[in-house]
Design a protein around this ligand. Sequence first.
Ligand code: 16G
Ligand code: ZN
Length: 554
Amino acid sequence: MDESQIASLLKSSELFPTPQSVKLSYGTAGFRGDAKLLDSTVYRVGILSALRSLKLGSSTVGLMITASHNKVSDNGIKVADPSGGMLSQEWEPFADQIANASSPRELVSLIREFVEKEEIAIGEEKKNKSAEVWLGRDTRPSGESLLRAAEIGVSSILGSVAIDKGILTTPQLHWMVRAKNKGLKATENDYFENLFTSFRCLIDLIPNSGKDKLEVSKVIVDGANGVGGLKLEELRESLNNLDLEIRNTGRDGGVLNEGVGADFVQKEKVVPLGFGSKDVETRCASFDGDADRLVYFYIPTESSTDKVELLDGDKILSLFALFIKEQLNTLDDDDKEGTRSRLGVVQTAYANGASTDYLKQLGLDVVFAKTGVKHLHEKAAEFDIGIYFEANGHGTILFSETFISLLVAKQKDLTQGSEEHKAVSRLVAVSNLINQAVGDALSGLLLVEVILQHMGWSVQKWNELYKDLPSRQIKVEVPDRAAVVTTSEETEALKPLGIQDAINAEIKKYPRGRAFIRPSGTEDVVRVYAEASTQEAADSLANSVAQLVKSFLG
Ligand code: 16G
Ligand code: ZN
């Protein structure tokens, strides 16, 4: 690192002193916290993303300013790697270090050390190649000034370029970064065009017999008063074959994520604001604040309270798996070359036990990953087609490059109009529709809608695929959540010693009982999950496990 580079970093970092007494951590999905305290963090992640771009041959890196489903006064920042996926976990410790550096000198020395260790060609090749970072933000009022801080961070690595892509959903930015680095058309318009073209294609492939029972009833979407509803409005202009009403767009005075959105509906299992008795039995969906989560729900007729019937990430996963499997079966019947595909599904410990049973009974390969999108994504990428979902509604379907090429070749070979040709064409269209970079509420919604039309199913019929086991989640505040260490799939606690035996003893008392504890990656708490054959039993099991956590850690 030469003198001018050091001077540039020292000068810009003077503008962003670190707040006192906050320990920052990149966590499960980037830095998050009170927006007022984040300027220096965002500035520093700007530097990191420029370095990441340089390290990877000046590929484009994405920087998203959002705190997802958190309250509106919070904000956050996460990095999208050139593949469109999450920042490589190998770089997370560096992110933590620089975010917590207490002075400009310390910051520069950490950067210098890292640049040497990683052999990043900083300053040397800037004549022909420079770093490029694309910035996006959600609708939070604090987003604009944080975005400026990120720009200053990026530009403080000499020769680097920061490009402001404006207000976007998180998955849009990931999609655009991935497309850009693949040399494809990568504007926001290209994103929309890709969605409606592949959606249209799937609609055209709906079997005739299905059309008689075609369900084109209305779907109402809760936009969480965030960016998702606004983007869906834009997309709607180009969509026919979808009767769509959008509420909680944030325009009518509602507050981001307050009593609305996917996180609220999934955790509380109650109707979001703006929905009520007039919507009984209607298919409804909720996005989260940055539109990377999607859940469905409906208000049952008999509901006298505001409780909803929830169709969470597990149900969406099951619907997708069923549809994909149907297409693969059609192909496998015709499989002469032995190109049988590997279809797998990835869940976390939070997946409802009934969903796992259902998927296994479909004959699917079900694997478990640690909570957090990056962990599920990695495992799903090991299959030809890997479907992953967290119960909270974040998920997508990954198609391997090799498998896509195989499908495209098959599509050319097969006779137009044959069942096999249709099945291949559906799979190719799904691979275009569903975001290959990260879970995406917009593309997820379109895929659910077209599959329901394909099957001729109502939301109630879809809900009947299996019945969720009653479950309960509790969070427990403890002096040190790091005292809880779990196995890689988080189903068992290795530490504190003895706690797992005690939990097992509780579980034994309940028919179909299952429970686990894990330290949260986003909050200073230990989370408890329990399920059992009745709600009473699930509540009671969760409470006893929470008591155990308190007595072992309290
Ligand atoms: C973040 C993760 C989500 C995970 C949640 C767990 C991403 C994009 N988001 O929101 O996948 O379920 O954290 O939170 O990775 P917890 O550790 O506090 O339970
Ligand atoms: Zn989100």
